[in-house]
Every structure is written in C-alpha cells, then in structure tokens.
Design a protein around this ligand. Structure first.
Ligand SMILES: Cc1ncc(COP(=O)(O)O)c(C=O)c1O
Ligand SMILES: N[C@@H](CCCC[NH3+])C(=O)O
Length: 429
C-alpha cells in the first residue's frame, strides 16, 4: 500500500504532491490517506475473519468527522470515551448501537446522553460507576447495557504512560474481583443488563505475547460469565502497535514489518483467534493507532536554522501543541524532507517548534538531510494521537487537516484563526 512515497524527488500522499498542497494550504498541515485507512481496516477484518469480529474504531486516535464518516460507511463500530466523542460519531453518521463507551470518569450528563442515544454498551471501570449507571437508568426507566473492564494485570511491554492493564493502572477492575462484581450487579442492580466483558491492556504493543497472555487469562472468565449471566460479547480492546521507524523503505509505508516489530496482523490473529473462537461470544476489537497511525503525516516548514555551541536546531512551524507524542512519551517519528535532497548532505539536529518549552521538540539528535530555511518536512506516522491531542498552547491556532483520495483532496478541518482562539472568552464588566 503506497500512501506516502517519493515520485521524481517529491513526496506524495497517494497521488497528491505534498509540496504543492502545502504551498497552497500552508503549514502546519495534517494529511491523511483515505486508501491507507481503509486498507488497514479491511486487513484487520480479514485477519480476524474466523471470529467475525467487530472492529470498533477507537475515536480518540483521530476523531475528525470525515474520518469517522469513512469508518462508518465501511461498517466500523466505534469505541468512545466521552460524550463529545459520541456527539462526533453521531454527527459523522455513525450508528450509536455500534458504540462502546469506555473511560474511568463518565459524568451523569454523559451517561444520560449515551443511554438516550442507545449505545451498544458501557464498558464500566469501577463498582461505583456500575451503581451510578444503574441509578441513572432507573431514573430514566430503562435498563443500561454494561460490560465491566477487567484489568488482567499483564505486562504489555510498552511505554509506562500507555500501559493500562497492570494492577497499578487506574483502568478497569482487578481480575480477581470480576465474578463477585457481576454477582452483586445481578443481585442488587436491576436496571443493568450484563451484556459483556471488556479489556484493553495498553497501546503501541509490538509483540504478540501480551495479547496471548491476556486473552488466555481472561477467556475462562468470559466463558464463566456467559454461563452464569448470559453475556453476549467479549471486547479485547485495541493496542496493536505500528512501525514508527523505517516506514518509508523502498517508497512503501507499511504499518507492519517483521524486522521492526514481532507483531504483525497474522501473529496477532494467531495469538487471539484460537482462544477466542471456542467461546461462542461476539468478539470486538478496538484499534485506533493501527487504522490511522501510518495513514497520516504532519507537514511542517523549516522557519529558521540555528547552530548553537552544543547543537544544531531546525526550527519548524509545528510544535508540541500540534504533535505532543515526542514530548510526552519520547515518541519517535520519522522526519523526511518533502523535496528529496539529492546531494545527500546530512546533519545531526534537533527539530524543534516555536513553543516556549524546552520539551518542544519533534526529534532530538536526529541524523537527517540538511534541510534549509523555507523547505518542507513531513513528520510521518502522525495520523494517530496527532491532531486529536493537539492544543492551543501558546495561543497557536490548531492545524488544518486534509483527506487525500487518489489525486483528490479535501480540507476536512480548516485552520483555526486568531478569532477562534478567543471564542467564548469575555472580560467582566
Ligand atoms: C479502552 C481503549 N480501547 C482502545 C484504545 C485504542 O488503542 P490503540 O490506539 O492503541 O489501538 C484505547 C487507547 O489506548 C483504549 O483506552
Ligand atoms: N495517546 C497515546 C496512546 C494512548 C492511547 C489511549 N489510551 C499515544 O499517542 O501513543
């Protein structure tokens, strides 16, 4: 699948010339490839075909309504974590009855909204939340569909900020407490429909083993809950990692790569399918990064170069407010020039943004082509948790987003203006 590749020395997204696009639309600019998004979605579905698994796209990864609409039209469900995400899904034409709603801190207003819209299920993260949902459902005269998120206490082998399935993480309910919680709910909470079981052990997993361990540990629990409480589904969460390094070899950007990561779609399927298939439950997966991560790039322009005593800096017009992953998780993103440098002159540099923070970098000590002032760079693998984690810090307007389809492209979110920055603010009399 060619999503970002050089043609005659210029980087393209599908058949769109990114130099021309950025010259026209300005930078920083998020660009997504429609074909790549669909390719990843369909490949995951195929890999899990023996389970007939439902793919519930994790909206938080990239929540633009054009992307959600694309997923909805292709039959995806959605994994949401807020009332705002449900609102987006509905605006995008998504089906609420295909939405699962996770998160440790759902508010009463959000729970009411989700119940009124008829979501598929709440993935509940504590006993207190179970009781709250029961009370709200009772006040509305309905039964709320719920699944409890089990925390299986397995090692995910990912960055500590994105591990979610260890006992010390805030997510889910301890494995050992699940059976008694379902028993309590069945006994005491009549406005709940015990519909399923859910887990999610972390994000950017690059090995199959943690998935295997978690599924093997939790499947007997799912079987027992099916027998005792008639649950219908088991969601195994998302977390499938992508390749962040070496993504552009031979002009092909692929999210799987046997050399870089042991996790491939087939090893993932091999890890989970044999244990899940005999359960006879509706299986859900909740991928975010896998679908959009390598389908997006952040295009930025080099504003200045600075040679300091200790370092060379390439100062670009995208900052940590546009892409926070390097600052937050030491996340690595490949950075390549939009116009190839035939001379091959290289430099070791920090690629930094305009924000007043020393943590405002996109790369540090990076060996890279010696791009000059005014030239464009593409920050790759930025489709997931890129724009969706962006902010207005330093009063910087949020970037524009463009969706490419073949040789066509559309602005799917316009660049914010300075007026947008103060919308809703007021000065007291
Ligand atoms: C409950 C839940 N499901 C799915 C996801 C999606 O994860 P990923 O983008 O790693 O597939 C997340 C985020 O980690 C999550 O918290
Ligand atoms: N936002 C993170 C992952 C966390 C996923 C949400 N639970 C990232 O960029 O890698």
């Amino acid at each position: 699948m060619h999503s970002f590749a050089y043609k005659n020395g210029t980087l393209y997204c599908e058949n769109v010339n990114l130099q021309e696009l950025a010259d026209k639309e300005s930078t920083p600019l998020y660009v997504y490839s429609k074909q790549t998004i669909l390719n990843h979605f369909h490949r995951l579905r195929e890999a899990l075909a023996p389970l007939n698994a439902e793919v519930a796209y994790a909206v938080k990864a990239c929540s633009n309504i054009a992307i959600l609409n694309l997923m909805a039209r292709n039959g995806a469900g959605f994994d949401i974590v807020s009332g705002g995400e449900l609102f987006r899904v509905l605006k995008a034409g998504g089906d609420p009855s295909k939405c699962t709603y996770a998160g440790v801190g759902k508010t009463e207003q959000e729970i009411r909204y989700a119940l009124a819209q008829g979501i598929y299920c709440f993935n509940v993260e504590s006993e207190a939340e179970l009781r709250a949902i029961n009370a709200i459902a009772a006040s509305m005269g309905v039964k709320a569909p719920v699944a409890v998120r089990v925390n299986p206490n397995v090692e995910a082998g990912t960055h500590k900020y994105i591990t979610t399935g260890k006992a010390e993480n805030k997510f889910g309910v301890d494995f050992e407490r699940i059976e008694s919680l379902y028993e309590m709910a069945a006994r005491e909470l009549p406005n709940l429909h015990l519909k399923g079981l859910q887990m999610h052990i972390g994000s950017q997993l690059t090995q199959a083993k943690p998935f295997l361990e978690a599924v093997r540990k939790v499947a007997p629990l799912a079987a027992s809950l099916k027998e005792k409480h008639g649950i219908e589904f088991f969601s195994i969460g998302g977390g499938i990692g992508i390749v962040y390094q070496g993504t552009l070899d031979s002009g092909v950007q692929e999210w799987w790569n046997e050399d870089c990561a042991q996790l491939t779609l087939s090893t993932y399927a091999q890890a989970v399918v044999p244990t899940l298939q005999p359960l006879g439950l509706h299986i859900i997966v909740e991928p975010g990064r896998l679908i959009v991560g390598n389908a997006g790039a952040l295009i930025t322009r080099c504003l200045y170069e600075k040679n300091g005593k200790a370092k060379t800096f390439k100062i670009v017009d995208a900052g940590m407010n546009d892409l926070i992953r390097p600052a937050l998780y030491q996340g690595y993103h490949e950075i390549i020039p939009v116009r190839e440098h035939p001379s091959g002159s290289c430099v070791t540099a920090d690629v930094v943004g305009p924000i007043c923070e020393s943590g405002d970098f996109l790369a540090q000590n990076r060996d890279m082509p010696d791009v000059r002032q005014g030239e464009l760079l593409a920050v790759l693998s930025a489709g997931a948790y890129g724009f969706s984690m962006s902010s207005n810090y330093n009063s910087r307007p949020m970037a524009e987003e463009v969706l490419v389809d073949g040789d066509q492209w559309n602005v799917i979110r316009s660049r914010q203006s300075w007026e947008d920055l103060i919308r809703g603010e007021s000065i007291p009399e």
